[in-house]
Design a protein around this ligand. Structure first.
Ligand code: BG6
Length: 457
């Protein structure tokens, strides 16, 4: 039996834009997702947009009971900025009523909520002013964060600022998967910098409003694995670690932007506009914990013919197709559970054993209805194996002293996922979005319940 530490968090994660539904109702204003779907529905898998998500807005009362049914003692979701502050200034009272009741019911079930503030859902009113490209977004986010802490801080003591900030930067400003879908490396760096400052000032607001709570940030970090020990491949690895991992991890935990990252960005003429007071603010506003989302590793090699100065991250580290990789046949992503152990050791050794938890880990499966049995239950043994393999490595890391306090899967109930709509299913409950949003428990939910109840397996 592998027994996890006392009070270990067994949870799942989702986000407001992917689970609430009612995207243009109850006083919520448009986000970039609503706007993009309205103007380009064909980009979205099977034309499924953000209005039609898991419908937690209407069904949260039953859903909170379901959390208990599968033994969760923790749950992460986010607040929708555009729902809480539709114009960025005035509070939407309907949103306050909804979130307070939702959070109270989670707590009533004995489940500890962790509430995140931003999961890729930029309000359209701010996007029209340039979004994260505009320094104004830093103050706007800090104001939103402060408002949320004041309104819900009596109920919620664990908060996070951003989910995977690298993703809205990369997808919005480099690879075209998120609005505004432009390709401009320099703008991407500026957007990243403003996101970091927004995080920093949200932490500052937190310390003022909630001296007793805990605040963190959720990052999709994986130490990059290089093709070889050759110096050029090792430089690619260092570049990848600096840009995709240390760019947020070091400021959040150590209170500084790593000098090699500053030099790399300068060398390639990518330096963002900054303010003199920023450095001190970063230093003073470190977090209490970090969440790490892990799905698949980053494998890199030296780029063959890079542009100088770099026009793209691929000029600094190119993707490497590792021949031995094991693939999830239902999603196409690599499965490499050992990375969880490597991360655990990295945080222990390079970040002074900082407290962290696995904030997302999960297996996406397309056309999952093929695994329905005669009783209507998805027999997702592949997902149980996936979780178990990752937990084995996490356990090993904890045995070797890593300060990990929880494991959250992605996700609770199958949810809508950006351009991928409902293509890849991850939930413990299957969702039938065309049949009154019915939820039915999968086999993995039963397995997870046992693990959570026994604090191990
Ligand atoms: C995570 C994101 O990285 O990946 C989620 O935080 C997303 O928002 C999840 O839904 C799964 O992505 P996909 O593309 O497989 O649906």
């Amino acid at each position: 039996m592998k027994t996890f530490p006392k009070n270990f968090l067994w949870g799942t994660a989702t986000s407001a834009p992917q689970s609430e539904g009612h995207s243009l109702q109850n006083g919520k204003s448009e986000t970039t997702w609503d706007y993009w779907f309205k103007t380009n529905p064909e980009k979205f898998h099977e034309n499924q947009g953000p209005e039609n998500t898991t419908n937690i807005y209407e069904m949260y009362k039953e859903d909170c009971k379901k959390m208990k049914e599968i033994g969760l003692n923790s749950f992460r979701t986010s607040i929708s900025w555009a729902r809480l502050l539709p114009d960025g200034k005035h509070v939407n009272q309907e949103a306050v009523t909804f979130y307070r009741d939702y959070f109270e019911r989670i707590l009533e079930e004995g489940v500890q909520p962790i509430i995140n503030l931003f999961h890729f859902d930029m309000p359209m009113w701010l996007m029209e002013k340039g979004g994260w490209e505009n320094r104004e977004s830093v103050d706007a986010f800090a104001f939103y964060a402060k408002t949320a802490f004041e309104l819900f801080g009596d109920l919620i003591d664990s908060w996070t600022t951003f989910n995977e900030p690298i993703v809205h930067i990369e997808c919005g400003y480099l690879n075209g998967a998120h609005y505004p879908a432009i390709h401009d490396f320099k703008k991407a760096v500026q957007v990243g910098y403003h996101t970091l400052m927004a995080h920093t000032y949200a932490v500052k607001a937190f310390r003022e409003v909630m001296p007793k709570g805990r605040i963190g940030i959720i990052l999709n970090i994986t130490p990059a694995y290089a093709r070889s020990e050759q110096p050029a491949d090792q430089v690619a690895k260092e570049n990848a670690d600096l840009l995709t991992m240390k760019s947020f991890l070091d400021p959040a935990v150590k209170g500084l932007i790593p000098e090699p990252l500053i030099q790399l960005i300068k060398k390639h003429d990518l330096a963002p506009e900054t303010m003199v007071s920023d450095k001190e603010a970063i230093k003073e506003n470190t977090v209490d914990f970090i969440g790490l989302n892990y799905y698949q590793p980053l494998r890199v090699q030296a780029p063959e013919d890079p542009h100088f100065p770099a026009q793209d991250p691929e000029d600094l580290f190119a993707p490497y197709d590792w021949p031995e990789k094991r693939i999830n046949p239902y999603r196409g992503w690599e499965i490499y559970p050992k990375a969880i152990y490597d991360v655990a050791m990295m945080i222990k050794n390079e970040y002074n054993n900082f407290p962290w938890y696995v904030s997302e880990n999960g297996m996406g499966v397309a056309n999952e209805e093929r695994f329905l049995d005669e009783q209507g239950m998805i027999q997702d043994d592949y997902r149980i194996d996936f979780m178990k393999e990752h937990l084995d490595y996490l356990y090993q890391g904890i045995q070797e002293g890593s300060n990990c306090f929880g494991y959250h899967t992605w996700t609770f109930i199958d949810c809508w996922s950006w351009l991928n709509g409902y293509r890849n299913r991850y939930g413990f409950y299957r969702l039938e979005s065309d049949k009154n949003f019915t939820r039915s428990l999968k086999k993995s939910g039963l397995w997870y319940k046992e693990v959570a109840q026994n604090n191990g397996y």
